[in-house]
Design a protein around this ligand. Structure first.
Ligand code: G6P
Length: 547
């Protein structure tokens, strides 16, 4: 809908319903309606969702679905899949879903069949990965590649880094991947430690090929390689992934060794395309395509399933429910899988860069909270760290628990213990322990209040058969579409990120004040405020520079 959804009657109905439901506990909801455990579930591809442990009834879901209709979700899904320029502030189509469309499909956007373009790049990536993996591609000294170092940041780092960690059990060609992102010199120093230039391939990943961190790290890597192997070695050890061929050439990378993508793929939506090159080299093109098929399964589910059975729609609407009606500020994502240890970090960019907005797509200010704060750690590590607050703190933190039935490799029944922990946590969060129950166990009266577990803390549980390339693709697509639905309800442009630009520009302006031989004048335009000016002088002193 155009305009302010918080003024709609659907929004008002949810507000009223919240008033009625707020005092009701999950214990009561289950006692009144034991069938909810069976009913409040959804399936999509290999993913199974239990959303019965939410502070919601069938009526809540009905009201939320009405809100989605009012927001024009149906039309917006069609607009995205149809290649309309729904990224209005940048006047671009939003077509990450095209990155995983099967070869035989066609999608003509702005006069061009984007699916054919996608597969041309995938084929080029597959051929290149195949040459690296089969050791046909040799480094400058004739030795095969053993390590791929991806240099990128944001969407050009988090996706492949998260997915490589998730799927490293499938890295079957003996090629390891490392990831460098930060401008902190410690990052590249750590990544290069122990590597042999003769067997190292650098993948410089940057959509724009103008990102300071990436270009700086790439220059350091180039120097490291050239010092060891000479200038001529660069073409055997550097490839690029970018949308900007001119900048790639300017950097000195042969554009024959460049893998492209398009302005209709946002950085945080890009690792299933060329930005995933380092991952494809590690796990192989076939596994990579299995991952794409997983993404596509959920895309099709999202596009075609009725909203009441549509997993991303349901999960997104529950996110809106807590964010905007219960005032919850964050959502924990708790994968019971060590391999998914970078998944919460990946989701932070996906969700928060997309929906951390305070104006709507039409430029008017939002009138409801947007952009849940995503955070998390793998279980069970989180249990021994921050779950105390989840169980007994004063804040409401809805949480997504993610588990798998099969481990890649079990040891002494450990995997069943892992899953037992997941299930125990969601039950304890939902149902808690009352003072009577605790006193009944013989607990001293003065200790009882400390042990009361309030319960009523909502969770989603997602179960999948096994962490595979396909199920990883399914999970990522699920969250991409959750972001889309939430962004649609809030009316924001989920595909721009203007908020990160100012700090980048100011850092460039500020740097000379830190490094110049003479200290900056107090009135210098590069010192934006008195606090920053003092910090600059303090830094110069600590660095032994004239302050
Ligand atoms: O891929 P690049 O053009 O180097 O951009 C890398 C990252 O930097 C930017 O600042 C954006 O906030 C991110 O969305 C992007 O993923």
């Amino acid at each position: 809908m155009n305009g302010d959804i918080t003024r709609s009657q659907e929004w008002a109905a949810l507000g009223k319903h919240h008033g009625e439901l707020a005092g009701i506990r999950l214990r009561e909801l289950f006692a009144d309606d034991p069938g909810r455990a069976e009913r409040m579930t959804a399936a999509a591809g290999d993913l199974y969702l239990d959303y019965s442990k939410h502070r919601a009834t069938s009526e809540t879901i009905g009201l939320l679905l009405a809100l989605a209709e009012r927001a024009g979700l149906r039309e917006r899904i069609a607009a995205m899949f149809g290649g309309e320029h729904i990224n209005v502030s940048e006047d671009r189509a939003v077509l990450h879903v095209a990155l995983r469309m099967p070869r035989e499909t066609r999608l003509v956007v702005d006069g061009q069949d984007v699916v054919a373009d996608v597969h041309a790049v995938l084929d080029k990536m597959s051929a290149f990965s195949g040459r690296i993996r089969s050791q046909e591609w040799k480094g400058a000294t004739g030795r095969p590649i053993e390590t791929v170092v991806n240099i990128g940041i944001g969407g050009s780092d988090l996706g492949p880094a998260m997915a490589y960690e998730a799927l490293r059990d499938y890295a079957d060609a003996g090629i390891a991947a490392r990831f460098v992102s930060n401008i902190d010199p410690a990052d590249i120093t750590g990544a290069l430690a122990g590597l042999d230039p003769a067997t190292t391939l650098f993948v410089i990943s940057s959509k724009t090929f103008t990102t300071l961190e990436t270009l700086t790290n790439a220059r350091v890597a180039r120097r490291w390689l050239v010092d060891a192997l000479g200038e001529d070695a660069v073409s055997r050890h550097f490839v690029a992934v970018s949308t900007n061929a001119a900048k790639v050439a300017e950097f000195g990378i042969d554009t024959d060794n460049m893998f492209g993508f398009w302005d209709w793929v946002g950085g945080r939506y890009s690792y299933d395309g060329a930005i995933g090159l380092s991952l494809m080299i590690a796990i192989g093109p076939e596994r990579f395509r299995e991952m794409l098929a997983g993404f596509h399964t959920i895309d099709e589910h999202f596009r075609t399933a009725p909203f009441e059975a549509n997993m991303p729609v349901l999960m997104a609407l529950l996110g809106v429910w807590y964010n905007d009606f219960f005032g919850a500020e964050s959502r924990a994502v708790l994968p019971y899988s060590q391999r998914l240890h970078r998944f919460p970090a990946y989701l932070q960019q996906l969700t928060m860069e997309s929906n951390g907005k305070s104006v709507r797509a039409d430029g008017t200010p939002v009138t409801a909270g947007t952009g849940e704060i995503f955070w998390g750690e793998p279980g069970t590590n989180g249990q021994h760290a921050f779950y105390q607050l989840l169980h007994q703190g004063t804040r409401l933190v809805p949480a997504d628990f993610i588990g798998f039935a099969e481990p890649f490799e079990d040891r002494e029944g450990m995997h069943d213990q892992l899953v037992a922990n997941l299930l125990a946590q969601t039950s304890a969060l939902a149902f808690g322990r009352t003072a009577e129950e605790i006193a009944g166990e013989g607990t001293a009266a003065e200790i009882v209040p400390h042990k009361v577990m309030p319960g009523n803390r909502p969770t989603s549980t997602i179960l999948a058969p096994k962490l595979t390339p396909s199920t990883l693709g399914q999970l990522v697509a699920l969250y991409e579409h959750i972001v889309f639905v939430e962004g649609t309800i809030w009316g924001v442009d989920s595909f721009d990120q203007w908020g990160v630009e100012l700090g980048k520009k100011m850092a460039l302006d500020l740097e000379p004040a830190l490094t110049s031989a003479e200290p900056p004048e107090p009135s210098a335009a590069t010192l934006p405020d008195p606090s920053t000016e003092r910090l600059v002088r303090r830094y110069r002193e600590l660095r032994g520079r004239r302050a």
